[in-house]
Design a protein around this ligand. Structure first.
Ligand code: URA
Length: 213
């Protein structure tokens, strides 16, 4: 565990998203190599928060979530689902890029359950400050971060409740998964992803859910 992060956490419980982000920014990556911490992005009070896995190569270099290929696919799907990306909150379960160097390429490595657990403290507080009405888990790592449980997406997909949380939940696939599919399988899987995002938009528009936020 990074000593500096622990010291910063122990020193004070962050009382704002900005204070929390300062702690995250100052922390060492759990696995060395990342250029910088990639913080969440979007307005406090956003109706929907999207939680991904961890920053990728482009996110690590630019310091912003979902700006690489998976992020571009997500942006397109959000547009098709009628969700304004700029009004949503986008973040990751893990804040630092983990990779394996192969020549000049940096190949993404999936965070371990232990790494996800390490970053959970931050994610929980982050979401408490943003206070969305709906949290969308993009893939199994996000779901693990939000629930502490390892469940396959095929079983968890759809509306969900996250125990003890004030927000509603929805579970869907990660956009990187769509990029990895063979061309023949991708259109159908992409359409299902957009359908999930439409469901998210509909859920957050429900008066009951709106009133709860
Ligand atoms: N994949 C993620 O999970 N998050 C990003 O920010 C980019 C790719």
């Amino acid at each position: 565990v990074p000593a500096r992060a622990l010291a910063a956490m122990a020193a004070q419980e962050p009382d704002s998203l900005a204070a929390l982000n300062a702690v995250i920014r100052a922390s060492e990556p759990l696995v060395p190599g990342a250029t910088q911490a990639v913080l969440g992005e979007g307005p406090i009070g956003a109706g929907i928060a999207f939680v991904g896995e961890q920053p990728g190569d482009q996110e690590d270099l630019q310091g912003r979530p979902f700006v690489g290929p998976a992020g571009q696919l997500l942006s397109r799907a959000l547009r098709e689902a009628g969700i304004d990306r700029d009004r949503a909150y986008l973040t990751n379960a893990v804040k630092h890029f983990k990779f394996e160097a192969r020549g000049k390429r940096r190949i993404h490595q999936k965070p371990t359950a232990g790494e996800v657990a390490h970053y959970r403290w931050w994610l929980e507080r982050e979401l408490a400050f943003v206070a969305p009405r709906l949290v969308v888990a993009l893939g199994a790592t996000a779901l693990l971060a939000l629930t502490g449980r390892q469940v396959p997406i095929t079983r968890a997909r759809g509306p969900a409740t996250f125990e003890g949380k004030p927000y509603a939940g929805l579970v869907t696939v990660h956009p990187s998964y769509l990029l990895r599919l063979p061309d023949t399988a991708r259109p159908e899987a992409y359409a299902a992803f957009v359908a999930d995002l439409r469901q998210a938009a509909a859920l957050v528009a429900e008066p009951a859910l709106g009133a709860a936020g």
